[in-house]
Design a protein around this ligand. Structure first.
Ligand SMILES: C[S@@+](CC[C@H](N)C(=O)[O-])C[C@H]1O[C@@H](n2cnc3c(N)ncnc32)[C@H](O)[C@@H]1O
Length: 294
């Protein structure tokens, strides 16, 4: 059953705020009270249970070839677990003693070669080489990380959060993971969320295909998009628009030979700014290219 939402979290996902998160929020509120005077950005050291670490990395489909950054890496358990899955693990942590501990634990786990731990403030770090980012930090830091993740990570990069989330963004997936044994600072279940970094599609587009000339504008908030526009100067209803990384799809109702037809668009957002793919109707499949307007 949902529990009451801490006033801090003004989010449409309140129904997912369960006992575990309320517990963790209260726990963090108490133990950060003294740290606040030192730095408002400092999240306390509380570890993610190992079974939750595994689920976080699986949710991100972590594998060899991935570079996993844990922001605020504590004792290094997430980069170490990522390295045991064949990925490269990088931990960024303010506390030098925890960085030393992480290096020792990575050595003991036999993954020192595939891990790196740095004493660094996550807000100052360059995250551009990460394909997966994991985060278990306080809400004040989550908000400050949002523009950084959008500008530095590649479209398609996966971010997995534990307990806290990004206000005003909608996660791509979420899971509630049962915590097997008593774990310091964590309730009996952990909430994890996957966020796939989208391409920035905001803007006006122009396209010509077998139906005629399309003009449309894309509005975007993280991976949620809305499209409005016209075909041959007539307003068109665009529906079911969906963006994941660089893959975008939507549908539109158009008139053809006096009949109402639903057409589906599937396209790849190109780095240089256009949309390339195909437009499908019951009778045809045609190539589609939309040029972004300056
Ligand atoms: C809640 S713990 C999470 C530890 C680990 N990621 C895990 O999930 O087990 C947060 C960690 O972030 C570190 N931290 C807090 N603020 C930070 C910042 N601005 N930059 C880097 N590390 C930070 C803290 O020292 C602490 O070890």
């Amino acid at each position: 059953m949902p529990t009451s939402q801490p006033i801090f979290f003004l989010s449409p996902y309140s129904c997912f705020i369960r006992g575990g998160l309320l517990f963790i929020y209260l726990f963090f509120s108490v133990i950060t009270a003294s740290a606040q005077s030192e730095s408002t950005e400092r999240a306390p050291f509380v570890t993610t249970p190992l079974e939750v670490v595994q689920r976080m990395l699986l949710l991100a489909k972590t594998g060899p070839g991935d570079v996993v950054f844990d922001l605020g890496s504590g004792d290094g358990r997430i980069p170490i677990a990522a390295a045991t899955m064949g990925a490269r693990g990088v931990g960024l942590e303010l506390d030098p003693a925890l960085v030393q501990l992480s290096q020792r634990l990575a050595l003991e786990a036999g993954v020192a070669q595939r891990t790196e731990f740095r004493v660094q403030d996550v807000l100052q770090a360059d995250l551009s080489s990460a394909s997966v980012v994991t985060v278990f930090l306080l809400p004040s830091l989550m908000s400050r990380l949002m523009p950084k993740l959008m500008t530095e990570l590649r479209p398609g990069a996966r971010v997995v959060t534990h307990a806290f989330y990004f206000p005003s963004w909608k996660p791509d997936q979420m899971e509630q993971v049962a915590v097997q044994a008593r774990h310091y600072g964590v309730g009996d279940s952990a909430q994890i969320m996957l966020w796939i970094v989208p391409m920035n599609l905001r803007g006006r587009y122009l396209a010509q295909d077998g139906f005629g000339q399309w003009q449309f504008t894309v509005h975007q908030n993280f991976q949620e998009i809305e499209i409005e526009g016209s075909l041959n100067g007539q307003p068109v209803q665009f529906e079911s628009a969906r963006l994941q990384g660089t893959q975008v799809r939507w549908q539109a109702e158009v008139m053809r030979d006096g009949q109402r037809v639903t057409v589906q668009f599937e396209a790849e957002a190109l780095a240089q700014g256009g949309l390339q793919g195909r437009v499908l109707s019951e009778k045809s499949a045609q190539p589609f290219f939309a040029k972004r307007q300056p």
